[in-house]
Design a protein around this ligand. Structure first.
Ligand SMILES: Cc1cc2nc3c(=O)[nH]c(=O)nc-3n(C[C@H](O)[C@H](O)[C@H](O)COP(=O)(O)OP(=O)(O)OC[C@H]3O[C@@H](n4cnc5c(N)ncnc54)[C@H](O)[C@@H]3O)c2cc1C
Length: 365
């Protein structure tokens, strides 16, 4: 297509990355973000090699290195004792741990530097011309294009918190697993902070929102049987965010004749594979590439959905399945953990290789 004017709704990870990708290709981009300012919303994100590949291709590799911690390993640990079940070495991969606000910051700088205009406090109910909906999991555009779909509560809630890190925290993402619950933690911001995501299976409903707070005592009670290491972290949590985990269908239709959706707007993903932001980055690259290669909007966005949908459905399904692995109850858990540990000793690279299809996928090649 010949580059022209385009409006992007939402200055999240998807919106800002596609803003930079299109601006670099000569499009005149306006990003409308409903929030008045970026602020410190959110907590840590893990950017895996498939997402990092997009940031590098967008010329933001150095900014990513500067704002993130390069992870050395992912460790699975038994919740009750803290004993290591498996250590996956990721030091040879582009595996990053970053504060969401820092990722948003570097993407916003990147989009502006490439020529995009970002309007804070902006909402467009009826933006004329081409529109990209990067407006997150409660996307209005998704409903307008393909009809709203029902989300259902998965029976899991996630608490998120950021605490001051203990001195010398290793650049490792730790996953502490117990029956019906698990906790993921890793350092952020040069090792000054520690990110905590704690997931519990429960019947009671909780809202799906970035802004709902909970009493830290509920979080501590849920993990009271976990190791002193985990309890020590939770003692330092003030007022965690609480997030109900909902399963959404992947949107059936991602575009019409002048509008297209990407990221969580098209396919909200449970956090059990830490892939939502990474998929948003992949979408952004492919969408910009298709708009650049195809003669018109409909053929470009049809190709974009065709390229992305199969992969996205597979990753979403893998994330859905992963909750079961982390939450195994006794007596299965010790057996499964022993098998994992043995597997890690015999073939230390094998567990990670199972996920090559996710992490080694490079949409920029
Ligand atoms: C507990 C938890 C842990 C997670 N951990 C990871 C992880 O480690 N790695 C990973 O890859 N992903 C992770 N994710 C997922 C990740 O956060 C999301 O997939 C990602 O933020 C999606 O990006 P997005 O740009 O599509 O949407 P968002 O980041 O939600 O951005 C949408 C933006 O649109 C704006 N907006 C909404 N409506 C409008 C409107 N009408 N007009 C204008 N603006 C609007 C919003 O204010 C927002 O800024 C996690 C999620 C959760 C819940």
């Amino acid at each position: 297509m010949t580059p022209s004017d385009i409006t992007i709704l939402g200055a999240g990870i998807a919106g800002l990355s596609v803003a930079r990708a299109l601006s670099l290709r000569g499009w005149r981009v306006t990003v409308l973000e409903q929030a008045a300012s970026f602020g410190e919303t959110g907590a840590g994100l893990q950017i895996s090699p498939n997402g990092a590949a997009v940031l590098h291709a967008l010329g933001l590799g150095d900014a990513l290195d500067g704002a993130s911690i390069r992870g050395r390993a992912v460790e699975l640990r038994r919740g009750s004792s803290g004993a290591k079940v498996l250590r996956l070495d990721v030091s040879d991969q582009r595996y990053h741990m970053i504060h969401r606000a820092d990722l948003i910051g570097l993407l916003a700088d990147g989009a502006t530097e490439a020529g995009a205009r970002i309007v804070m406090g902006g909402r467009a109910h009826d933006a004329p011309g081409y529109v990209i909906g990067a407006d997150g999991m409660h996307s209005r555009l998704r409903g307008a294009i393909g009809g709203a779909s029902q989300a259902f509560f998965t029976g899991h809630v996630a608490w998120r918190a950021v605490i001051p890190a203990e001195p010398g925290a290793e650049a490792v993402a730790e996953i502490h697993m117990g029956p019906g619950r698990h906790l993921v933690s890793y350092p952020l911001r040069g090792g000054m902070l520690r990110n905590i995501v704690a997931v519990e299976r429960r019947k009671a409903w909780a809202e799906e929102s970035w802004t709902l707070r909970d009493d830290a005592r509920n979080l501590r009670a849920a993990f009271a049987t976990f190791s002193p290491r985990v309890r020590g972290w939770l003692d330092r949590v003030d007022e965690p965010w609480l997030w109900g985990l909902f399963r959404h269908e992947v949107a059936r239709l991602w575009h019409d004749e002048r509008r297209v959706i990407l990221g969580d707007a098209a396919h909200p993903t449970l956090p059990f594979m830490a892939q939502g932001a990474n998929l948003a980055l992949e979408d952004a690259w492919v969408l910009a590439d298709c708009l650049n290669r195809h003669p018109d909007f409909v053929s470009a966005t049809t190709a974009y959905q065709r390229i992305r949908e199969g992969r996205v459905r597979k990753v979403v399904a893998a994330a859905n399945a992963n909750a079961r692995v982390y939450h195994l109850p006794p007596p299965i858990a010790p057996v499964a953990h022993a098998v994992m540990r043995l597997g890690g000793v015999i073939a230390p690279k094998a567990p990670l290789r199972r996920f090559d299809w996710i992490y080694r996928h490079d949409v920029t090649r």
